[in-house]
Design a protein around this ligand. Structure first.
Ligand SMILES: Cc1ncc(C[n+]2csc(CCOP(=O)(O)OP(=O)(O)O)c2C)c(N)n1
Ligand code: SF4
Ligand SMILES: [Mg+2]
Length: 318
């Protein structure tokens, strides 16, 4: 039998090389990270792009909730909005177009101690990544997914996106879009997301409030954040912006967030629609269900190290 040697896990050091003991720093004694600590490159977005405010509020969330560098994971696919992880000085990945969710799922399932945040656009989420959106939602994998919805493909300079309204003129629909747009909220609810909210980049407090609530949810939390593409769809969300004569209306306290049908109906309102938490449910996460399976399998092979279990698997394959 060939044995594969796998090194022991590296444990935190308790002494310095000089032999002096290391005094552990307690989380309670650590200062929250500020924007200065987590801001990386200057964003390359067009001046006035709605994505700036989402980034600024993400920094605020990290500071306010005292999330440490080693506990942050920022993942995205491809698009203007998906450039997000470049601008965050912490662990993360700017991944393949539409595949941010499978990547983030792996991180979440293997490292339940991390806060996994995924940012992206409407094209990345609902076109090329549409299938992954549905499956990550139904599996209820713990993470927060913020879609910066600008109703257009920004990075590739104005093509129709799955959320573009009928009649929208773009390079792919020069006479105006004819296809029925998807409704991200309804899709999220129908797919099985356990937290579904809507916000807009023009209301900073509300964006932060939704991100905090999403982060505290134990499951797949989805936020549609209207984020104006000033270059290719200026004015798209004026009807929801009081500074432009529009109306920002919160979901009323009478709405029962656990009522799926009521949430679905509320999500069906045309622009400007309502803002807040549409739906919230408690359902076991895949993280928990898998951890339970691992724990019960492990109980059957009590004394064996990981490498021995792995070795047995290899031996069975011979
Ligand atoms: C496999 C693949 N197909 C197409 C593209 C081209 N592409 C890059 S970003 C993008 C759409 C981005 O739109 P969205 O997700 O809405 O992001 P935005 O730029 O609007 O923030 C497309 C089609 C690509 N990079 N890779
Ligand atoms: S093209 Fe649109 S989405 Fe992209 S950075 Fe410019 S304003 Fe933002
Ligand atoms: Mg877009």
């Amino acid at each position: 039998m060939t044995t594969i040697a796998i090194p022991n896990a590296v444990l935190p050091r308790t002494t310095r090389t000089s032999g002096e003991p290391v005094t552990p720093i307690l989380d309670a004694d650590r200062k929250g990270l500020t924007k200065k600590d987590v801001a990386a490159d200057h964003p390359t977005w067009c001046p006035g792009c709605g994505d700036f405010s989402v980034l600024a509020l993400y920094f605020k969330l990290i500071e306010r909730r005292k999330i440490w560098h080693e506990k942050i994971t920022t993942v995205a696919g491809i698009g203007c909005s998906s450039r997000f992880p470049y601008f965050v000085q912490a662990h993360g990945a700017h991944y393949i177009h539409g595949r941010a969710l499978p990547f983030a799922s792996g991180v979440s399932l293997s490292r339940p101690d991390l806060h996994v945040f995924v940012f992206g656009g409407d094209g990345d989420a609902f076109s090329i990544g549409g299938n992954h959106f549905n499956h990550t939602a139904r599996k209820n994998i713990k993470m927060t997914y913020v879609v910066m919805d600008n109703y257009v493909y920004g990075l590739t300079k104005k093509q129709t996106s799955p959320t573009s309204p009928i009649g929208f003129k773009s390079k792919t629909d020069i006479w105006g879009a004819v296809d029925q747009p998807i409704n991200p909220l309804k899709q999220a609810i129908a797919a099985g997301a356990t937290f579904v909210a809507r916000t807009t980049h023009t209301n900073a407090n509300h964006v932060l409030q939704m991100m905090e609530a999403a982060m505290d949810h134990d499951g797949f939390s989805f936020i549609e954040c209207l984020s104006e593409c000033i270059e290719f769809y200026a004015g798209a969300f004026d009807s929801s912006n009081p500074r432009k004569g529009g109306k920002f209306e919160l979901i009323g306290p009478e709405h029962d967030v656990t009522d799926e049908m009521a949430a679905y109906k509320l999500a069906d309102e045309p622009l400007p629609g309502k803002f807040g938490i549409f739906y919230k449910a408690n359902r076991p996460t895949k993280n928990k269900l898998e951890a339970d399976i691992i724990a019960s399998s492990r109980a059957k092979v009590k004394d064996q190290a990981d490498w021995q279990i792995l070795q047995r698997t290899f031996d069975r394959m011979k």
